[in-house]
Design a protein around this ligand. Structure first.
Ligand code: AMP
Ligand code: MN
Ligand code: MN
Length: 324
């Protein structure tokens, strides 16, 4: 395992980078990618940035977001690859196949389920966001953090910590956020863009999805379902359902919240949240997914929504029985 100082030294050895992050990217994925990309450019490096599916509209306000390309548009040479906020290479879908054999891979991530797939691995489950790790690397490289970088990294740290409400928020998270605000990040703009600007369709879809809210007999498990045809009915893409999983989590007494989404590629994606001792990262790993103890997810293939729900609920009860 490498430290942030090691990674800073390693990055300085290479000239051109491909920075890749995970499919259905969140604020941490995009913010960390851009923050590191800007930093490396300041050090005179060439940078290509990519993410499967591209940047969602809600994050297009970030400076430089139009420079993040879909995997098919990766062009140019690079002598090292940085993978950010991704617990395994499946998370960067079409990008992994574009990495020439022998190219060093630098894995920067904070998921407890990280598979240590890199040539170099800086994995810190204590970090609330990959953005915290990128900030430490930039400081170690002595790159001055400008306003654009601050905005991107603040978005990374702010969104993954639920704007400093989730249990991963540490004194370090708040200190880094304060430094980023001093450097010009504007929390109100991030909050307004990410949380308070929704399309009419996505709010109407939320209405439909909330109708599917179920709580089991024990009152401890709740879930929502998103049918694929609803996305086209309301003109909404899958990324705009981010955050829906927070609703079953709010139900009083609920310990495990689940969101089942019929995904565009004929898969079911499952979002998982815990508000107690239940470790959803272990639940996700049982289905080849990953995440953190209180927020995790997986993708399941060739299953109906009902089958996915049955399989995941069965595993939840099995794990709850074992914990007793
Ligand atoms: P989400 O429910 O999509 O917000 O994801 C919650 C957490 O689980 C995030 O940290 C994701 O990186 C992780 N996660 C979600 N889906 C997967 C997956 N298919 N494989 C690995 N990790 C995942
Ligand atoms: Mn992420
Ligand atoms: Mn993250």
């Amino acid at each position: 395992m490498e430290s942030h100082q090691d990674i800073a030294r390693i990055l300085l050895r290479y000239r051109a980078f491909l920075i890749a992050t995970h499919v259905l990217p969140d604020g941490d994925a995009i913010g960390s990618t851009l923050g590191l990309g800007f930093g490396l450019q300041k050090m005179g490096k060439r940078v290509i940035m990519s993410c499967p599916g591209g940047v969602p509209d809600s994050l297009a306000f970030l400076p430089g977001s139009n420079r993040i390309v879909a995997p098919d548009h990766i062009s140019g040479e690079f002598d090292a690859v940085v993978v950010i906020d991704s617990s395994d290479l499946d998370r960067i879908e079409g990008i992994a196949g574009k990495i020439p054999p022998g190219t060093p891979v630098i894995n920067i991530d904070h998921h407890v389920t990280n598979r240590m797939f890199g040539t170099y691995n800086y994995v810190d489950p204590g970090a609330a966001a990959a953005g915290e790790q990128v900030y430490r690397i930039l400081v170690a490289m002595q790159v001055p953090v400008d306003r654009d970088m601050a905005m991107c990294l603040f978005t990374a740290v702010g969104t993954d910590s639920g704007f400093f409400r989730f249990s991963n928020t540490s004194p370090t998270t708040l200190r880094i956020a304060a430094r980023l605000v001093e450097k010009g990040a504007e929390p109100f703009r991030v909050s307004e863009q990410v949380y308070e600007t929704k399309t009419l369709g996505s709010l109407k879809l939320l209405g439909r999805v909330l109708d599917t809210l179920h709580v089991d007999e024990s009152g401890k498990v709740a879930w929502l379902e998103v049918r694929r045809e609803w996305l086209s009915e309301f003109g909404v893409d899958e990324g705009q359902t981010e955050g829906f999983v927070n609703y079953p989590r709010m139900v009083k007494g609920v310990e495990v919240a689940l969101l089942f989404r019929e995904s565009a590629e004929g898969k079911v994606r499952v979002g998982m949240r815990s508000r107690g001792d239940f470790d959803v990262s272990a639940l996700a790993e049982a289905f080849n997914g990953g995440g953190h103890s209180r927020a995790a997810g997986c993708s399941m293939d060739a299953l109906s929504l009902e089958d996915a729900r049955r399989a995941v609920l069965q595993k939840v009860y099995e794990m709850m029985a074992r914990a007793r």
